[in-house]
Design a protein around this ligand. Structure first.
Ligand SMILES: Nc1ncnc2c1ncn2[C@@H]1O[C@H](COP(=O)(O)OP(=O)(O)OP(=O)(O)O)[C@@H](O)[C@H]1O
Length: 267
């Protein structure tokens, strides 16, 4: 296994990565021969049909699943070391906030676990809450907030300890289109401001194209990467209207072609 000691631009490096789940009904090949690099500061989206291994790949990065073949490094180390070094924040599909804790106390949770002192904790909560535009809602409970605001709170929680890498598993999948648009443009701003590296799972072609500097198209049975598209759109903030430009539509068409090629069934 090669490591770069954290010096290079590479945040995630997967080589020949495979993961087969052993189940009562036999083997399930969730990932097969995945070769992929994510560089520092990139916004990488993973798109593909249900069951193609997107979540599994994120979970391997996060050390929540163990690969059965190949290698993967995170920040130049093993995923286990990266986890112990608090190298990433994880945002789940559902907000997963504790209902009995206020927003600020939910954001505080990882900081409490990590043993940050009172003053440091307060400063970090303030900064994270500002980054997701939730000022004024710190004392509210999750159930007093809309779904979009709850998801912003869980992003704030993932940002609170300032990990360089943000893993986001379909964070806006359950939200309506208008709210999703809004959160997409906020997320881009946040990414441009913080210069984090983001790995983002989605089912939506426009979302993947709008957000990403790189789009990884995956296909199921077994989960493999069928196309890696470097975005030609400007990096950094993008107006929502960019989605009507020929360049955007061309990228979207390429993603769609990649998804079609990976499908073994009719639409
Ligand atoms: N713990 C597990 N045990 C057995 N099989 C699993 C396990 N976790 C995932 N799988 C299987 O591995 C495959 C990949 O699952 P994964 O959740 O990574 O797909 P996905 O692309 O994220 O899907 P979705 O878009 O629906 O979230 C699926 O066939 C799934 O059923």
């Amino acid at each position: 296994m090669t490591t770069d000691g954290g010096k290079s631009q590479s945040v995630v490096e997967a080589k020949g990565l495979g993961l087969t789940f052993k189940t009562a009904d036999g083997d399930v090949v969730a990932l097969s021969d995945v070769n992929l690099g994510i560089n520092r500061g990139e916004f990488v989206s993973f798109i593909g049909p249900s069951g193609c291994g997107k979540t599994t790949f994120l979970r391997v990065i996060a050390d929540l699943e163990q690969p059965t073949s190949g290698t993967i490094t995170v920040n130049g180390t093993s995923p286990t070391d990266a986890r112990l070094n608090r190298s990433y924040g994880y945002v789940f599909q559902a907000p997963a906030l504790f209902p009995w804790r206020t927003i600020e106390n939910n954001v505080a949770l990882p900081l409490e676990i990590m043993g940050y002192g009172d003053a440091d904790r307060k400063a970090r909560i303030k900064k994270a809450v500002e980054l997701v535009n939730l000022e004024g809602f710190e004392k509210k409970f999750p159930w007093q907030l809309s779904g979009g605001m709850q998801q912003r709170a869980s992003i704030a929680r993932a940002l609170a300890f300032d990990a360089d890498l943000l893993l986001m598993d379909e964070p806006f999948g359950a939200l309506d289109e208008i709210v999703r648009d809004h959160l997409n443009s906020e997320l881009l701003k946040l990414w441009a401001t913080t210069q984090k590296t983001i790995a983002f799972v989605t089912h939506s072609i426009p979302e993947a194209v709008y957000l990403s500097t790189k789009i990884v198209v995956m296909s199921p049975r077994p989960g493999r990467v069928t196309d890696v598209i470097d975005s030609t759109l400007p990096h950094g903030e993008r107006p929502l209207e960019i989605r009507e430009t020929p360049e955007f539509l061309q990228l979207a068409a390429r993603v769609r072609d990649g998804l079609r090629a990976g499908h073994s069934y009719e639409e």
